[in-house]
Design a protein around this ligand. Structure first.
Ligand code: PLP
Length: 366
């Protein structure tokens, strides 16, 4: 039986034709019509006024933070249960990440933990829509309004996720997305930034392209970056948006197959809670007992099924170690497994995965 990876891009539709067009026309760098077409289609889908493309989801966060003026002396509140890029980019601005806990049920940042972490130096909060489930945007919006805080949504994992029907990424002062090869929509490597105000969007565009002056050639009026996306990446991205309904539908079918196939076991699937559309970027299971997690992953691996553990809490890593128990983040991190989650999985694949997982739990006496 074949190996089942944890993710595989779904490169159907016009991907190849559009990439060939870049090759034959010579528009392979960061100029070319696919860039604006992809940015416009992305902004439209999200219901955002504009979007600017960048070379990956990490620089997207860094650019958003810098464009919002976050820097030394500022504190940015971020969940410890996230991918390290959320934290590294805060550190790279010279600001201090302040780690907070997550909620058991949704895996998302705990609004009460945020409130408890606010100090006079807090400038911003960075909710991360982990594994595709939206954070509680009503509670987070209220905290920002009450305390005059900025919000940067790290929506790297949450394209096609919605809170009360509104796409994530349209709630914050700025928001960022990733198009890495394992994301719901991919460009190989790539990212996007949304911003609430024209002014912040203008700063993002200026800073991502070496801070070049509009009036004078080779004149750079700010310390800036080359964070641009290429036309080839945008060509792939546009082709992905054209088949998005198919991608989303297939991913929902995979999640549903796990929900039914893994019912009544000593675990739960990561289901939507509250007024949300959960894109199911990852189909996660949270075991009742952390002691079984690694052995179960080994059992799946021996059967050719690749999985991923949940992220380790960032505040326990050497370069960003911080005080704080954050018990929910620690517990979730120890119990979580991400199962194969890609659109091309067949019902036979998900049946095989559920069956192997059940046998694994049985063998462990769980
Ligand atoms: C929550 C989160 N933030 C940021 C990133 C960074 O995106 P990229 O890998 O495109 O740099 C990722 C990537 O997986 C992520 O999961």
């Amino acid at each position: 039986m074949g190996r089942i990876p944890v993710y595989e891009p779904y490169l159907k539709g016009n991907a190849q034709a559009y990439v060939n067009e870049c090759m034959t026309t010579g528009w392979i760098s960061s100029r070319g019509s696919f860039i604006s077409r992809f940015e416009e289609a992305f902004a439209d889908y999200c219901g955002a006024p504009a979007a600017t493309s960048v070379s990956n989801g990490t620089v997207a966060i860094h650019l958003a933070l810098v464009a919002l003026g976050i820097g030394p002396g500022d504190e940015v509140i971020v969940p410890s249960l996230t991918y390290v890029a959320s934290v590294n980019t805060i550190l790279q601005t010279g600001a201090t990440p302040v780690f907070v806990d997550s909620l058991e049920e949704t895996l998302q940042v705990d609004p009460a933990s945020i409130r408890a972490a606010i100090t006079p130096r807090t400038r911003a909060i960075m909710p991360v829509h982990l594994y595709g489930h939206p954070c509680d945007m009503d509670a987070l919006g209220a905290i920002c309004r009450e305390h005059g805080l900025l919000m940067i949504e790290d929506a790297a994992e949450a394209f096609a996720s919605r809170w009360e029907g509104r796409h994530v990424g349209t709630f914050g002062d700025a928001a960022t997305f990733s198009f890495f090869g394992n994301k719901t929509v991919t460009t190989g490597e790539g990212g996007m930034v949304l911003a609430r105000s024209d002014e912040v969007m203008g700063r993002c565009r200026h800073l991502k392209s070496q801070g070049v002056s509009k009036e004078r050639e080779y004149w750079h009026d700010a310390l800036a970056y080359n964070y641009r996306m290429t036309n080839i990446q945008a060509a792939i991205g546009l082709s992905q948006l054209e088949i998005l309904p198919e991608i989303v539908e297939r991913k929902q079918a995979v999640a549903e197959a796990y929900r039914t196939g893994l019912a009544n076991l000593p675990l739960r699937t990561h289901d939507p809670v509250g007024p949300v559309t959960h894109s199911q970027w990852m189909c996660s299971v949270i075991l009742n007992d952390a002691a079984h997690r690694d052995a179960l992953r080994r059992h799946l691996a021996e059967a050719g099924i690749e999985t991923r553990p949940f992220f380790p809490p960032a505040h326990t890593m050497p370069h960003c170690r911080a005080e704080g128990a954050l018990p929910v983040a620690r517990s979730l991190s120890a119990r979580g497994i991400n199962l194969p989650s890609y659109p091309g999985l067949s019902p036979a694949d998900t049946d095989r995965i559920c069956e192997t997982l059940k046998q694994g739990l049985l063998a462990l006496g769980a």
